[in-house]
Structure formats: structure tokens, C-alpha cells
Design a protein around this ligand. Sequence first.
Ligand SMILES: Nc1ncnc2c1ncn2[C@@H]1O[C@H](COP(=O)(O)OP(=O)(O)OP(=O)(O)O)[C@@H](O)[C@H]1O
Ligand SMILES: [Mg+2]
Length: 283
Amino acid sequence: MPTELQPRAPSTPQIARANDGISLSDVSRAYRDQRGASVQALASVSLHADHGELLAVVGPSGCGKTTLLELICGLQSPDRGVLQCSPAALMPQRDLLLPWLSALDNAALALRIAGLPRAEARARAAELFAELGLEGFEAAHPHELSGGMRQRVAFLRTLLSGKPVLCLDEPFGALDAITRAEMQAWLGRALEREPRTVVLVTHDVEEAIVLADRVAVLSPRPGRLRAEIEVDLPRPRSRTDAAVIALRERALSALGLGAAAGQEMGMRTGMDSGTAAGMGSAP
Ligand SMILES: Nc1ncnc2c1ncn2[C@@H]1O[C@H](COP(=O)(O)OP(=O)(O)OP(=O)(O)O)[C@@H](O)[C@H]1O
Ligand SMILES: [Mg+2]
């Protein structure tokens, strides 16, 4: 379902590209802290993802990853540079479910906002509940769900928005290792069935390599593009494949990290304990 690109930039008029992807050219964004000092979050970032591509973004905490997603979703504007993007849905880093709605109504929220009658919206969301291991919890409210379950409901809500671009901010961050691996596999299958352009922010370098077509590695704040790693490997990918391991090493070295240093800085390297059985990184 092709949609028109919506160019966004503070000052410069832009020309839209004809696809359902995203394109950032020389994009910078600074904030003011409480004392009025400038905090440069992103500096001159150029990135693109074509329709149906999954772009993973990795980088240390505070390097501007959430800022990048909010720019792509139009929640903020760049200070400099050019950003072009089709309509994008954000799965925020914190799940932000509405506490007064059931899990099913939370998942169906974007469909309701898009104008679907309640029964139809709930039916479409319900179809995916079982696949995400949420069956039986349709009527539960967010406070009755585990952190991982809340994250899955939020993920479902983003997917069901029907937007051509999905921005996922650490979507599997709160999940245990087994559920995390299951959700990664599920995401891969869902995108095969229904291709979207996805920007996936993750601390898990191995997750990035297993899922992405390309991995953008950002520097510490201000986030600059340090490397873009093409992942031209057949799917489904196994985290124990030699080619996956080799690319993971490349990403880690672009981050300036050995595996041990990565763990110290809170980056998941895929070399943590618990990965030997291919269950994914330890939480
Ligand atoms: N609304 C804001 N006002 C002021 N500073 C902000 C604001 N939002 C983010 N920042 C600052 O911008 C920088 C980048 O923040 P951002 O949330 O984009 O990082 P991140 O890479 O997503 O970090 P994490 O991995 O911890 O989620 C940080 O230094 C942060 O303190
Ligand atoms: Mg963040």
C-alpha cells in the first residue's frame, strides 16, 4: 500500500522520494537542559531504509537513539538537515499502555483511532494474541500483566497501526531470554508476511545482526554514524552462525568495544552466559 513520503525539516523545503522508506540527511538535534545549556543529542546523521528494510540502530546509552526515532515519527523536528519519511508508528521505550483499558483494547487502540468499530478492532487484535503468547489475558489490565507481557501488547498496538514505517525502541528489552528469542523469530515471520520498513533500536548487538538488513552504529553522545554494516545473510539466521558472529564482532569493534567492555557499558554482546543453546542474550 504505497503512501506518499512526507518531507520534514525545520527550514529547508524538501523533495519527497517515491517509496515507503525513510531518509535522513545530515540531521542534527540538540536539547536545552534545565540551566539552558545546549545538549547535542545527534550530530550530522545520514541514514536511509528502503521500503521493507529493517534498519537496526545500536549505540551507547544517551547517544540519541530515542531522539532519532522521535524525529522519524514526527514527534520532534531536526535543528539541521533533511528528514523524509512515510507515516511512522512508534513503540516507545516505556510501554505507555493506558491503565484503564484491557490488554485487548490497548492492542486495538490504533485501529480504533483509525476509525474501526470496536468489535472489529478487537477481533483483529485478538487474532494475534495467541501468537504472542497473550491468549487468556485479553481482559487483563496493564497492572495485571508482567513487564514482558505489557511490552508485547505495546508491540502489537504498534504493528496494528498499519503505518508503513515502524519505529521500535528496545521492543524486547524487558523480556527474558527465551521469550526474547521467540519474539525475534515472530517479528521476522510477521515482516515476511506483511513487509514494513522498520527502525529497530536495540542494545543487543546480536539481536541487531540476527534481525536487520543493515545495522547503523552510533558513537557516544552526540550520536554520529560510526559505521553501517550490511547484513546480507539468508533468514532465518542463527546466532551461532559463523557469519553472524563475524558481523557481531564488526559491530562491536565499530562501537569501540571488546565483548567484556560491551557488557560493562550495558551493551548486550551475545556473548553473555545463556546463549550457548541459541536462546539469545541473557537479560
Ligand atoms: N526532552 C529532553 N530534554 C533535554 N535533554 C534531553 C531530552 N531528551 C533527551 N535528552 C538528552 O539527549 C541525549 C540523548 O537522549 P536519548 O533519549 O535520545 O538517548 P538514547 O540513545 O535513547 O539513550 P538510552 O539508550 O539510554 O535510551 C541524552 O543526553 C538526554 O539526556
Ligand atoms: Mg532511548
